[in-house]
Design a protein around this ligand. Structure first.
Ligand SMILES: [Zn+2]
Length: 402
């Protein structure tokens, strides 16, 4: 059954691209990509995000999808939702419109250079949004656009604090989710993503003149430095458990015993059990004074605050879709690889919904989040074929729900 369906649409996909001089991206889609890449949509640029949404919404509506806009707690933020009229979504296509590139930065333009398209967000993930439209248009042309829901948020690059709950609510009861983040540089998709916590520890001591009466001080900087060394030693990089003391602040002047110091750790882990173990260890470390003043009978005190949280996306949540995608890729003669990564996406935020997910299905290239960000046109074409076929299989097959 699956094989029959595959060969039917496959001929359609091939017919659609036959005659093109080089495999690549259709000019109407590269023009749309240029248009949205050149609208700055750094996460805080709410006006730019609104402008880009206004370009995209009619494109999805033109495919016959019903658009709805869901306002979020921060003024000007929205989740866009597009549904096929059948009202029974089987596959969720997830994308974000925000980028990491500031409005004042120098990297704002789109450049078409051989096999490369360059620009801010060209793969992360405006190229993914254009690919999404392109895939849906192919399915529509074949009369097979159904059972699809699209969600596009505008705060992914800061961990989706405003949109997370809305995404989860609209993902409920949808069995499959494709997250259009860029593929890895060799085209691999993402098999699992680490969970993330940002933990801030603040040590408080007692200030004193460093030359006149150091014996009356309690050095919070030293206390914290010792704790940083202990906490960093909890890392087990081989199993994806890392602890990065990325930001340190402390003290006021060289000649004053430091009375306050803080560190923010970025902790990454592949299993919640690892996080719980490390969290308990950090708690225990923070409860001890690593600098103690015997004379004052007082030691430094440490408080912990959690600043950010992203659950892990474990491999069990991606295995089924990865297997489906691999079968399609092989039938198309495309290589297929899935790899664990340490960074996060909305795939992490959707991992608790019970849906089967695949992340990193978007077009790829290199230089993500830098002024070298680029998309390979040939990679776009391969993804278009793969996703059109995969989406076809997932939406048309009956009785094959996970
Ligand atoms: Zn992204």
């Amino acid at each position: 059954m699956k094989r029959l369906v595959l060969s039917t649409l496959l001929s359609l996909v091939i017919a659609g691209t036959a005659g093109a001089a080089t495999p690549g991206i259709d000019p109407s889609y590269s023009q749309l990509l240029q248009r949205i890449v050149e609208i700055n949509t750094e996460t805080r640029n709410v006006a730019g995000l609104a402008q880009a949404r206004d370009v995209l919404v009619p494109k999805f509506e033109a495919l016959g999808l019903t658009a709805s806009r869901h306002a979020l707690a921060e003024s000007g933020r929205e989740v866009l939702r597009f549904d096929t009229p059948d009202g029974r979504p089987k596959v969720l296509l997830v994308g974000h419109l925000d980028t990491v590139f500031p409005k004042a930065g120098s990297f704002q333009h789109f450049v078409d250079d051989g096999d490369r398209l360059m620009g801010p967000g060209v793969i992360d993930m405006k190229g993914g949004l254009v690919l999404m439209l392109n895939v849906l248009a192919q399915l529509k042309a074949a009369g097979q656009l159904q059972h699809v829901r699209v969600l596009i948020n505008d705060d992914e690059e800061i961990g989706s604090p405003y949109s997370k709950k809305t995404l989860q609510a609209f993902a409920k009861d949808v069995p499959y989710g494709l997250v259009f983040e860029p593929g890895l540089e060799d085209g691999a998709v993402v098999s699992s993503q680490s969970g993330v916590r940002w933990i801030k520890l603040t040590s408080t001591g007692k200030a004193a003149h460093a030359g006149l009466e150091p014996e009356n001080g309690i050095d919070a900087c030293l206390d914290l430095a010792r704790k940083i060394a202990k906490i960093s030693a909890l890392a087990q990089p081989a199993k994806g458990l890392t602890l990065n003391p990325g930001v340190i602040e402390g003290g006021s002047k060289p000649n004053v015993v430091c009375d306050k110091a803080s560190v923010t750790f970025d902790v990454r882990f592949r299993s919640l059990a690892d996080w719980e173990r490390v969290h308990a260890a950090i708690d225990a470390i923070s409860k001890q004074s690593d600098v103690y003043n015997d004379r004052l009978k007082l030691g430094a005190r440490t408080e912990i605050v959690q600043l950010a949280e992203l659950p892990p996306l474990p491999v069990e949540r991606t295995a089924a879709l990865a297997a489906r995608a691999e079968a399609v890729a092989r039938a198309l003669g495309q290589p297929f690889r899935a790899q664990a990564v340490g960074y996060g996406s909305d795939g992490n935020n959707l991992s608790d919904t019970g849906m089967q997910l695949l992340v990193g299905v978007g077009p790829y290239g290199g230089g993500m989040h830098s002024d070298k960000e680029h998309m390979l046109k040939s990679a776009y074409q391969a993804r278009l074929t793969l996703l059109t076929q995969l989406l076809h299989n997932l939406t048309q097959s009956e009785g094959e729900m996970p």
